[in-house]
Design a protein around this ligand. Sequence first.
Ligand code: ATP
Ligand code: MG
Ligand code: MG
Ligand code: MG
Length: 439
Amino acid sequence: MRLSRYFLPVLKETPSEAQIVSHRYMLRAGMIKQASAGIYSWLPLGFKVLRKIENIVHEEQARAGHIAIQMPTMQSADLWRESGRYDAYGQEMLRMKDRHDRDMLFTPTAEELVTDIFRSHVGSYKDLPLTLYQIQWKFRDEIRPRFGVMRGREFYMKDGYNFDLTKEDALHAYNRHLVSYLRTYERMGLQAIPMRADSGPIGGDNTHEFLVLADTGESEVFYDAQITDLTFGSREIDYDSHAECQAVLEEFTSRYARTDETHDEALFNEVPEERRRTARGIEVGQIFYFGTKYSEAMGATVADSDGNRVPVHMGSHGIGVSRLVGAIIEASHDDKGIIWPEGVTPFHCGIVNLKQGDEEADGACEALYASLTALGLEPLYDDRNERAGAKFAGMDLIGLPWRITVGPRGLKNGVVELTSRRTGTSEELPPEQAIERIA
Ligand code: ATP
Ligand code: MG
Ligand code: MG
Ligand code: MG
């Protein structure tokens, strides 16, 4: 992409309404535009990051054997009356009537919809296990939308639902989700710690939230410092193996890690004092096992091997896709701007032309642009007629992992400058070597 042809409405001033760094940088870098309280338009740069995150979620769900569907954002209240949640859900649910005076709602979560799909089409234990998921816009009329996309009213969420014959199989699905979520967050450059959580209105006993440690997080968390040493890394896992998935669950829940909702002071005090940590965290996902709560209420049964109809065991699993954009920035920035982890960066590198209009500099930039593109990388070429300082500040703000600076002086010696956004270190290299370093 050439910046002269892009739409990147960068703000010079720091917006006064933004209280936390991710919100400030997302507005300043022209990633989002507020439409109304807690509702945002995603501008090109923000939209690209959102798509990158979404793609990682899809890839990791596919790897775990989960199947993508798409359900509507608008629902009839009828299914929610069947489950008993229409009255129970409260004011976060946006309710409305259609022209025939029928009660409708904007999806805050989709257990009822997916259970209805299941009961209409699945009748035998032979069709299990089954996990269906979607990535779709949700609406919750949050009492205090704030922090930009972190607590929106409209937000983009991955929600998955497993259907299993037995509790044991459903707990395997739970563990499989835990593994796939660990992989998902690590690919985004994040450490998200599974913490024992409270099940709230969805019900059930087994639930973990995934928290990214950050001072601006809305949850208070308590943990054993040893938990932050654990990483999933590049290990291969057989998602069908109950034992392998169970071992990962045990490993990642072997240290004390809880949110304020389930915090137990006495248990926490058993952690050696020098390892006890109290901090803030951002909830970026949650997994639940809730058994037959919805399948019984809604008649989602299958025939078991003896021909008896039994309600299926279910769980639901969510990732805050749009919240993650903010959470990644909270976890990775400096005072100049965002520092994108490689996995989610909107462009792989920036090219800064120090002397736009200079035949040699322009030619070298075009050649770099073509070579990087041919390698399947996406460069953002700042080809505007701007001062070098403004170009550098813009690149620092939008946080691409690499910047290649091209000017007539370096070109005389056959070199360009390659700068790492994260470390700030620069090296002079021939253009081919700079490309090799990035690829
Ligand atoms: P929170 O405790 O932050 O209100 P939640 O527990 O109500 O979140 P879940 O029902 O667990 O949310 O939904 C799954 C994920 O969706 C959450 O882990 C979070 O990352 C994301 N999410 C929930 N509410 C919002 C929101 N208002 N804005 C952005 N993302 C959200
Ligand atoms: Mg909530
Ligand atoms: Mg929560
Ligand atoms: Mg939650």
